[in-house]
Design a protein around this ligand. Structure first.
Ligand code: MOS
Length: 749
């Protein structure tokens, strides 16, 4: 049998291969490139949320020491890729496209970048920016979601594609909910949440020639970014080089190209110097996406013995007035449970805000809060254990696509998770369990995300020192991509992990898509496998050839690789180090480039990763304080390639889920259409003291229909289902159902 890595159960978890570089500061992030003649950019943002700019007075700024230029729509060079015929109004609509920075005098949202001040130092640019005076013709903005929810419309994406998760969907009987014996009808609200990775968004833009651009940029896709800016400047793709060797967290906000990137590139071109631009934390709230505020309503019907008969799920998400952003909020409602009748309605509300973007577990994390809360509400209404209720409505095939699952091991997650959290201590009725002064509650929530495999290409070479070096354009925003790829390569070739290097994060390297949508291991992993197998074949051919002294006349099929050596089956004394084999053949290295493509299996199988999260919480009845005491995360993500980094990824997802459930809330002052939460002082995320012991369980069964590595993806399911698990635990502790996140103490007392 082929020695693919899932047959090797005894490998030791690998430490992060770039861990030392990260903790010693050797890892270079986008803001840490110092180029000769570097200038610094600082953005000036609008102070109105809608209207037009009457004038920008930049004279004082231009006279300030060190200021090189103040660039705005008044004096900007032409950006050839901006489409003049796509001129947009500031009126709400769906469809549209990305903001064209400095294109004209229109203002669509507060803190929209309207000028960039370029100076010889950061401080001088900041001072210059403070001197820019702007006059506006202010118009009345709309930013208040609740006040304008009636204006929500069908997404342009839904009109284009009737099969999209944003299109209206009905299966079964229209009135099934109305006639159901048990009914739950409830509305759920998720506030706007900000990605807020530790690393600020940063770009260093350098025009190496008039038509040759290099950017050091915090992005999740080097190739996609290359294409975007090549188009924007009407130059060939290969003239744009995108470097993102290290990314200090992103959670989705590097999946889109943003106005500040265009601004830095324009500035570098205009002042003919490389320009570095680092956003402030406040600007991270206004110009690089966020999880959109979303209202949801669920109507759920069930029989008295716990069989679902209907789920109607409606949602309204917000987007900007210039660009449509949609996400798959309602996708899992269609496929998670065996309900004969399901209807979903997705609507969009364009507001005078910046465009949202996918944020970890995009769509599903939002939808799961409503669906999994409603499931808990229904179990409670019937008087049934919420796990039993879910198992009663378990789907053995995908009821939406009408196809079998490639694999689904969610039952295993329920069973193992129950044991680990101590579910037997849970009381069916809320409010009965105490620990000293504290009320105690247990809750759970299920998650799912599509196993999205895309194409990827690896270049691999083995040199005469026995080192294996690979290159790929994929980025690593933190999960440990290089570590996982080194592990796959080691398990495919038998070469020790210390002798393998995986280079990533450059558009100069072979093609890969975005690091997003939990798609890296299942897309890039198979390409690594293919490249390693191709190298193995070359080695075997070489070993069977005349120059391989140790092997004489061995047949190729008897030759194998183990621990960096060529060996002959049944003759362990014949052993030749890979490097020596190359030396004997007088070659410096052997190399290969291999592409892996998505398989066709998606046409016959529905492929999803599944997760199940349990939470145990303490709630103080007098203060309303919630302490998450324990979390158990169980995942059916297919093969777990790199157990240590995978566990860390689950811990990270659960931590994000605690933030969703209890803290994160971007609060806007609608008088100005501007966020009042604009730093970590106001916008709370979990800190160490908020995060309990997180116990991670992986089913770890390969899904070979999904891809040859067997991975279904992990990044998203790590967070999807965590927030409702906590909300359900709070209900179990207190009997109070909070349907608007975050669950702050004021909502419990
Ligand atoms: Mo993620 S939202 O796939 O970075």
């Amino acid at each position: 049998m082929d020695d693919t890595f899932f047959d090797k159960k005894d490998y030791k978890p690998l430490d992060r291969v770039d861990g030392r570089m990260k903790v010693t500061g050797a890892a270079r992030y986008s803001a840490e490139y110092t180029l000769p003649n570097l200038a610094y950019g600082v953005l000036v943002g609008s102070t109105i949320a809608k209207g037009t700019i009457r004038s920008i007075d930049s004279k004082a700024a231009e006279r300030a020491p060190g200021v090189i230029a103040v660039i705005s729509h008044q004096n900007v060079i032409e950006v050839p890729g901006y489409q003049p015929d796509a001129t947009q109004s500031t009126e709400p609509k769906v469809g549209g496209g990305p903001l064209r920075v400095f294109y004209d005098n229109k203002v669509y949202s507060n803190d929209q970048p309207i000028a960039i001040v370029v100076a010889s130092s950061l401080e001088k640019a900041q001072y210059g920016a403070s001197l820019v005076k702007v006059q506006y013709n202010k118009e009345e903005h709309i930013t208040d979601f609740e006040a304008n929810a009636g204006k929500a419309v069908v997404a342009a994406a839904a009109k284009k594609n009737p099969k999209s998760p944003t299109a209206d969907y009905d299966r079964g009987q229209k009135d099934a909910f109305q006639t159901a014996p048990f009914k739950v009808e409830a509305e759920y609200v998720l506030p706007t949440e900000m990605h807020n990775p530790m690393e600020l968004q940063a770009i260093t833009a350098h025009w190496e020639a008039d038509d040759k651009l290099t950017i050091y940029d915090k992005v999740q896709g080097t190739k996609t970014t290359q294409k975007t800016f090549a188009k924007e400047w009407a130059i060939p793709d290969q003239n744009v080089k995108v470097i993102a060797t290290f990314v200090g967290g992103a959670f989705g906000n590097g999946l889109h190209s943003w106005p500040h990137e265009s601004a830095a590139i324009i500035a570098a071109k205009q002042v003919k110097r490389p320009v570095k631009l680092v956003l402030t934390r406040e600007q991270m709230f206004t110009m690089v996406g966020y999880r959109p505020r979303t209202w949801q309503k669920i109507q759920m019907g069930a029989t008295k013995d716990g069989k679902l008969v209907a789920i109607n799920h409606n949602s309204i998400g917000q987007t900007s007035v210039y660009e449509e952003f949609t996400e798959s909020t309602l996708a899992q409602t269609r496929m998670m449970y065996a309900s004969p009748s399901v209807s979903t309605r997705y609507r969009l509300l364009p507001l005078n805000v910046a465009t949202p973007i996918w944020m970890r577990g995009p769509g599903e994390a939002t939808g799961a809060f409503a669906l999994e809360s409603a499931m808990d509400e229904m179990a409670h209404a019937i008087g049934m254990d919420p796990i039993e209720f879910r198992i009663l409505n378990y789907t053995e095939s995908d009821p939406d696509k009408n196809m079998p699952w490639s694999t689904k091991f969610l039952r295993e997650c329920y069973e193992e998770g129950k044991k680990r959290i101590g579910w037997e201590n849970r009381k069916l009725k809320p409010g009965l369990l105490r620990d000293g002064e504290w009320l105690v509650g247990y809750g759970m929530g299920t998650g799912t995300f599509g196993a999205n495999r895309g194409p990827a290409t690896i270049h691999a070479e083995l040199n005469k020192d026995g080192n294996l070096v690979m290159h790929c354009a994929i980025t690593d925003i933190g999960p440990g991509t290089a570590t996982a790829m080194v592990q796959i390569a080691s398990n495919t070739t038998g070469i020790a992990t210390e002798k393998i290097v995986f280079h990533l994060g450059s558009s100069e390297f072979p093609n890969a898509g975005l690091q997003g949508g939990s798609s890296t291991v299942n897309s890039v992993g198979p390409a690594v496998q293919a490249a390693c197998n191709a190298l193995k074949q070359q080695l075997i051919t070489m070993a069977a050839g005349k120059n391989a002294s140790a092997f004489g006349s061995a047949k190729p099929e008897d030759i194998m690789l183990d621990q960096g050596n060529m060996q002959i089956t049944g003759n362990m004394s014949a052993k030749l180090a890979l490097g020596d084999l190359l030396k004997q053949n007088n070659v410096e290295k052997i190399e290969t480039t291999q592409e892996s493509k998505a398989s066709e299996n998606g046409k016959q199988y529905s492929m999803n990763a599944f997760s199940m999260h349990f939470a145990m919480v303490h709630v103080h009845p007098l203060t309303g304080q919630v302490r998450v005491k324990k979390i158990v995360c169980c995942a059916d993500a297919g093969t777990i390639v790199s157990p240590k980094t995978a566990e860390s990824q689950m811990i990270g997802g659960a931590t994000g889920g605690i933030g969703m459930a209890l803290m994160e809330d971007a609060v806007m002052d609608h008088r100005f259409g501007r966020y009042v939460t604009k730093d970590f002082g106001d916008y709370h995320v979990p800190v160490h003291a908020d995060v309990p012991d997180i116990d991670v369980y992986f089913v770890n069964k390969p899904d070979l229909l999904a891809d040859p590595v067997g991975s279904k993806g992990l990044g998203e399911i790590a967070i999807i289902g965590v927030a409702p698990a906590i909300a359900n635990a709070v209900f179990n502790a207190t009997g109070k159902r909070v349907r608007e996140l975050p669950i702050t103490p004021d909502k419990l007392i």
